[in-house]
Write a protein that binds this ligand. Structure first.
Ligand SMILES: *Cc1c(COP(=O)(O)O)cnc(C)c1O
Length: 401
């Protein structure tokens, strides 16, 4: 057996099969490229679902991590540490907000947003105890905890994990009338992705996010934007909400915030909202640890230059122009997305998304399929135009075969 086959067989024997990875075993990576255990190189066109927006082992981020590793890595929140205040201040400023509540994974940040909205509902809005409702969208993806899968519409994510957490109302994504009808006096928040990544990079109809903003403001409901995948440069702006000039009440951030080095997530909001917490009411042993803060601070500094957003916008225009040339034929049914982010619906006649992904892998390009015959393209924002063109060339090759 090859080194690759041995590693995969061993992984399959000793790990739960909650993923179905492509048959590639990565040993090292740099920038937009990964190298497997047999020395083959692959262009990473997935970027860890946007966790690797700045590429693999970005020099600035690795240096920041190394420097922090030599000082202090973990304190717990029982004590202050000297990177915490700076991280919270800088991240709040980047978001145009006032306060930060740091966690680790995206799902924890979404849980934090849910808890925050509920507490705000009871303490500030005056919703009767136990009655708070949060409205979410069909085809959402917000993570994998029991509460979060309780409001998923994806059977794979949800089935067999009940009993489910109550207090959520699901409305069709993109439908403002349905949203308006679902709102009651007990609605505390609308939780949505400004672009639905897992659903296949679904961009809502023009005016939808602005409509959600207006409606939530009028009804004293929090607009919580899950920008875990869409935020931090991916769409050509710092936040996907910006494309509609929308500022939500709460950003939920993760993935790229950890720079591809450590898991870092956060809820960022106003003092009126995050100010509802008192000591002991919420927390995390690792949330806001010194290593996480040092890396995320560097991420924030990099985003403040605007260069990554600009790259994503420029390369994204190029990507969507090139993908646009593929649509209309027999092979590609539709292309969606914004910035350096695209969902490409391949004609089922050419194979499943998985089969297309495997053929791309054989040509040295790594992507991920989602829902049937859709593949998702989201390379690191540091990818060169030449490499991006090479990756697109491989896609054209697979579609032509
Ligand atoms: C990935 C993701 C999450 C969950 O993040 P984890 O770090 O995997 O828990 C939540 N929301 C969105 C939009 C995501 O893309």
């Amino acid at each position: 057996m090859s080194t690759t086959d041995t590693a995969i067989a061993s992984a399959e024997a000793h790990s739960a099969h909650n993923y179905h990875p492509l048959p590639v075993v990565v040993a090292s990576a740099d920038g937009a490229w990964m190298t497997d255990v047999e020395g083959r190189r692959y262009l990473d066109m997935l970027a860890g679902y946007s966790a690797l927006n700045f590429g693999h082992r970005n020099r600035r981020l690795i240096d920041a991590a190394k420097a922090q590793l030599e000082r202090v890595t973990l304190t717990s929140r029982a004590f202050h540490h000297d990177r915490f205040a700076e991280f919270c201040t800088q991240l709040a400023e980047l978001c145009g907000m006032e306060m930060v509540l740091p966690m680790n994974t995206g799902a924890e940040a979404v849980e934090t947003a849910v808890k925050t909205a509920r507490k705000w509902g009871y303490r500030v809005k005056g919703v009767p105890d136990g009655m708070a409702k949060i409205i979410v969208a069909t085809d959402n993806f917000h993570g994998r905890t029991t509460t979060i899968v309780s409001f998923s519409t994806d059977h794979e994510a949800r089935d067999d994990f009940g009993p489910y957490t109550p207090g959520f109302e699901i409305v069709p994504y993109g439908d403002l009338t349905a949203l308006s009808e679902a709102m009651t006096e007990n609605t505390v928040a609308v939780l949505m992705e400004p672009i639905q990544g897992e659903a296949g990079v679904l961009v809502p109809p023009p005016g939808y996010l602005a409509g959600v903003r207006e409606m939530t403001r009028e009804r004293n409901v929090l607009f919580v934007a899950d920008e875990i995948q869409s935020g931090l440069g991916r769409t050509g702006r710092t936040f996907a909400c910006e494309h509609e000039g929308v500022v939500p009440d709460m950003y939920v951030l993760g993935k790229a915030l950890g720079g591809g080095v450590v898991p870092v997530s956060a809820v960022v909001s106003s003092a009126a909202v995050l100010g509802v917490y008192r000591p002991g009411e919420h927390g995390s042993t690792f949330g806001g640890n010194p290593l996480a803060c040092a890396v995320a601070l560097e991420v924030v500094a990099m985003l403040r230059t605007g260069e990554f957003q600009q790259r994503a916008a420029e390369l994204g225009d190029h990507l969507h122009h090139e993908l646009g040339l593929l649509t209309g034929g027999d092979a590609v049914r539709a292309v969606r997305g914004r910035g350096l982010w695209a969902g490409v619906d391949i004609s089922p006649a050419l194979g499943t998304g998985r089969e297309i992904s495997e053929k791309l892998m054989d040509r040295g390009v790594l992507v991920k399929d989602t829902h049937g015959s859709t593949i998702r393209i989201a390379p690191p924002l540091v990818i060169s135009k030449e490499d991006l063109d090479w990756g697109l060339e491989q896609l054209r090759g697979v579609l032509a075969d």
